[in-house]
Design a protein around this ligand. Structure first.
Ligand code: GLC
Length: 536
């Protein structure tokens, strides 16, 4: 027997596709870095920060929509899916970003929106100009209204953003006319995926970007494109408007079995580009139904939101892990882990805010990076940013705010721009005035303030991502649960890594082994509350 080598051999990741265990970094471009001084982040801004992203150690970017858009929903209302909005720097800026990222061995995935277009898309404008029953209208979901003179919406579906999911149009001759479906804002008409033009155009869009070198796509509302025959009423109406897509699995607006045929068609095309990945936004709870989306001939990966929905409790976190693994195991897909994104409250805030919120968020990123599978980090999480809950009403831009009649503030609180440097807003994010104000008390959270600081959240992320990429202890697709004190959890990877999370109120003794990394320093062999540690 020989002694174990002092420097472990790097994990051999050549035998499996890159995305199976990649660390993805989600960029919300409006809020990442502004190069033009207009107060809104852009693609040259992202390119300028690639050195930072390389230092952070991420494998791939997921860039939220940057295609041409009137920005009724931050770019999720696409008017031309095969062009980049001038706001973000135009098409040349995307080409430059792809090339510059690739030269640093960072992959680039784009966000595509198959479920709907903008109401400014030429197709929708043509549909409005054409008559009921025309081929132009067939690409969307137009229906006659119910009731006297068709004055009632065709069914009772609410929009996810509040208000009805239908808007009545005025016909070209000036008379009140048909209604069109929009599961989201009225500026986001749903496409009719039973229409061949729709699938063909989407294929053209995918090829357009794949041929330009992108490494894959995040597919927006990937469980929403197929609609049920006859568009039946919802038996139970959700009580409040919610931007969260946390509807139940039987909500007929989503998760229609016919959606799988669409994914198979998409996959067939993407398979022509062997390294490319598709990642679906799939708000489906039931493990079997979730797993159907990541069968071998459908999506490569799907976001599982259980961890983002779990409270900071050992029981909830363990349950989220078990279910996420159970959902993908039978179809041999890779699990995904995500704590936050541009639609949900940031983890620091969700876990209670303040020092406790930060401590828990630090613990949870260690837990997440210890798990097998792909990890998604939302820009700013690595700085321990909280939500900004006191944005002034007049700056709110999320359509949820208007559509809910000012009862739901929406998602702007988690979209406040990233603070880069300096001691006062806008902290180097822009030379102008940032589209959402950045709180002055983020001075201690800037990249500059944290970069050289060993104990910072940014340093924790950097060390954790690096260890995960290099150490063989992270090998193997499974986890094995260890016994642990009440309120805590511990698991082991086949490669040897042990991860311990203390969600209890008291310090706990650590299991035997050397501490590789901890989110808070252990004292006398004990891990403090609201902390996690890696041992080997
Ligand atoms: C997805 C996006 C969200 C957007 C919605 C409509 O849920 O993540 O930001 O508002 O789809 O496109």
């Amino acid at each position: 027997m020989t002694d174990a080598p002092a420097v472990p051999a790097p994990v051999d990741r050549t035998t499996q596709p890159w995305w199976r265990s990649a660390v993805f970094y989600q960029i919300y471009p409006r809020s990442f870095a502004d190069s033009s001084g207009d107060g809104i982040g852009d693609l040259p801004g992202v390119r300028d920060k690639l050195g930072y992203l390389e230092l952070l150690g991420v494998d791939a970017l997921w860039v939220c929509p940057v295609m041409r858009s009137p920005m009724a929903d931050g770019g999720y209302d696409v008017a031309d899916p095969r062009d980049i909005d001038q706001l973000f720097g135009g098409l040349a800026a995307m080409d430059e970003l792809i090339a510059a990222a690739h030269s640093r061995r960072i992959k680039v995935t784009m966000d595509l929106v198959p479920n709907h277009t903008s109401d400014q898309h030429p197709w929708f404008r043509a549909a409005l100009a054409a008559a009921a029953g025309s081929p132009e209208r067939e690409r969307y979901i137009f229906r006659d209204g119910r009731g006297l003179d068709g004055a009632e919406p065709p069914n009772n579906w609410p929009s996810i953003f509040g208000g009805p999911a239908w808007t009545r149009v005025t016909e070209p001759d000036g008379t009140p006319g048909q209604w069109y479906l929009h599961i989201f804002a009225r500026e986001q008409p749903d496409l009719n995926w039973d229409n061949d033009d729709v699938a063909a155009d989407f294929e053209q869009t995918m090829r357009f970007w794949l041929d330009r070198g992108v490494d894959g796509f995040r597919l927006d509302v990937a469980h929403g494109m197929a609609k049920p025959d006859g568009l039946p009423d919802l038996p139970d109406l959700p009580e409040v408007a919610s931007a969260l897509l946390a509807h139940d699995d039987d909500d007929v607006r989503f998760n229609n079995p016919a959606v799988h045929e669409i994914h198979r068609r998409i996959r067939k095309l993407v398979d022509e580009y062997p390294d490319a990945v598709t990642i679906g936004e799939v708000w489906v709870n039931d493990n079997t139904r979730f797993g159907e989306y990541v069968r071998a001939d459908e999506l490569h990966l799907a976001f599982n939101f259980r961890l983002a929905e779990a409270r900071f409790s050992a029981e909830d976190v363990r349950d989220a892990i078990d279910n996420s693994l159970a959902a993908v195991g039978p179809v041999f897909a890779s699990p995904t882990w995500t704590l936050s994104n541009h639609d949900i409250e940031r983890e620091v805030t969700r876990y209670g805010g303040g020092a406790v919120g930060v401590a828990r968020a630090r613990a949870m990123i260690l837990l997440e990076l210890a798990l097998p599978g792909a990890v998604f980090i939302y820009n700013g999480a690595e700085l321990g940013l909280p939500d900004v809950d006191d944005l002034p009403d007049q700056v709110l831009q999320d359509p949820v705010w208007e559509r809910s009649g000012h009862t739901e503030r929406g998602r702007d609180g988690c979209r406040v721009p990233v603070p880069w440097e300096g001691t006062a807003p806008p902290f180097g994010f822009t030379t102008g005035s940032s589209w959402l104000p950045i709180p002055p008390d983020w001075a201690g959270l800037t990249v500059e303030a944290q970069l050289e600081e060993l104990g910072s959240t940014l340093s924790l992320y950097r060390m954790a991502i690096e260890l995960r990429a290099l150490r063989p202890d992270f090998g193997g697709d499974r986890i094995e649960w260890y016994g642990s004190p009440p309120g805590c959890l511990a698991f082991r990877r086949p490669g040897g890594l042990v991860c311990v999370l203390n969600a209890s109120a008291a310090p706990i003794p650590l299991p035997p082994g050397d501490v590789l990394l901890a989110s808070a320093p252990p004292e006398g062999g004990r891990l403090p509350p609201n902390a996690a540690a890696w041992l080997v």
